[in-house]
Design a protein around this ligand. Structure first.
Ligand code: MN
Length: 372
């Protein structure tokens, strides 16, 4: 896979300093948006990215472990230097490894994937507004203009530990990844961002155009856009041949299974999700993560539980959000399934403490996926 990169960062039209930082250390790419104090934000975003760059060069740990280490470094500096007390930073990073990109994420910077004319957000904003949106308390329109839309629920460097989201996407020829700070996404709609991504072939031109457009739209915050183009999947090295043929076979089997399920579904009218490879459902009276399709075919289950959580299924399905959990809640991938489990856990914890006046804010960093 050939990778081409472009990046642009700008102070914007209102702020007095640029607290955004980016890192290009192939195959590692990252964006960080710092906050706190006169110098704090700038120090936090640079310190976090310098730390993961150093660990990456020394081949120390996974990317998620590197981010957790960066969290401790920023936290310790914040506690020992009064000039930067309370500083923190978002961090969204990707490592491109052969035909896949591994993403880690904390905060409200974003990762997007543009593929074959459609764009999807790969990261989930760790903001209060996004939490309210997911809980159905506000509409997407209200979220877009909410006065507190920049209140973060997770930050690198403000606590001794941080939960780091992880995700992986397979890359195809022509894929384009965008890592960006909220100074871009607060100024431009996703349609506007997608239009620029689609109409600008060269990655550096694309990053420059995105920043210019955000400035034209007001530029109220620092703006950073990092564009990563993947091309030439067919020219990949022979070393990855074994993996590639295996993944092709899996996708062939998956298609055959999907076709069989479609036939079965048409005949018996079962509810199926053909594109689901991961979902959250119920097994042995508990909430579980499944791989497969939540359906049966001629008596055979097309999935099996992979992770059995400690969450009581009866308690979950008693909550109106999760009444249909036994049918299976589909997920994009394993990390997404783990996020859904975490969301169920959080929602149930909040529901049980609401009466007692608890806020649920002081959740332990149970971590989704973590490991390593
Ligand atoms: Mn920002």
């Amino acid at each position: 896979m050939r990778i081409d990169v472009g990046v642009a960062t700008d102070i914007g039209r209102i702020r007095e300093g640029n607290e955004d930082s980016y890192l290009i250390e192939p195959p590692l790419y990252a964006v960080a948006d710092g906050m706190g104090g006169a110098r704090g934000g700038e120090v936090a975003s640079h310190l976090a990215l310098d730390t993961i760059e150093e660990l990456h060069r020394a081949h120390k740990g996974t990317l998620a472990e590197q981010v957790r280490h960066a969290n401790r470094i920023v936290f310790e500096r914040s506690n020992s230097d009064r000039a930067v007390a309370g500083m923190g930073t978002t961090l969204t990073a990707a490592i491109v490894d052969g035909d896949a990109a591994h993403l880690v994420h904390v905060g409200d910077s974003r990762g997007y994937l543009l593929r074959a004319g459609s764009m999807r957000q790969l990261t989930e904003d760790h903001t209060l507004v996004n939490r309210m949106l997911r809980a159905g308390e506000i509409s997407p329109e209200e979220a877009q203009h909410h006065p507190h839309r920049n209140v973060l629920t997770r930050v690198v460097g403000t606590d001794p530990e941080v939960a780091v989201d992880e995700d992986a996407v397979g890359l195809l020829d022509g894929d384009r990844l965008l890592l960006c700070s909220d100074g871009l996404t607060d100024m431009l709609t996703e349609d506007q961002i997608q239009a620029i991504l689609e109409s600008t072939p060269e990655p550096q031109d694309t990053a420059d155009r995105l920043v210019r457009a955000a400035n034209r739209a007001g530029g109220v915050d620092n703006i950073t856009a990092l564009v990563i183009d993947a091309s030439g999947a067919d020219g990949a090295s022979a070393a990855s041949g074994g993996w590639r043929s295996r993944s092709r076979r899996i996708s062939w089997i998956r298609r055959a299974v999907a076709a069989a399920v479609l036939v079965a579904a048409a005949s018996v009218g079962v509810r199926v999700f053909l594109d689901a490879q991961w979902y959250v459902g119920v097994a042995d009276g508990r909430v579980a993560i499944f791989r497969g399709i939540p359906a049966q075919l001629f008596g055979f289950e097309l999935s099996s539980p992979l992770v059995l959580t400690e969450i009581d299924a009866a308690e979950a399905t008693a909550h109106p959000f999760y009444a249909d959990l036994a049918d299976g809640f589909t997920a994009d991938d394993r990390a997404d399934a783990e996020r859904r489990v975490e969301e169920i856990r959080t929602t149930l914890a909040q529901a049980s403490t609401d009466g007692a006046g608890g806020t649920g804010e002081a959740m332990p960093n149970a971590g989704t996926g973590g490991g390593g």
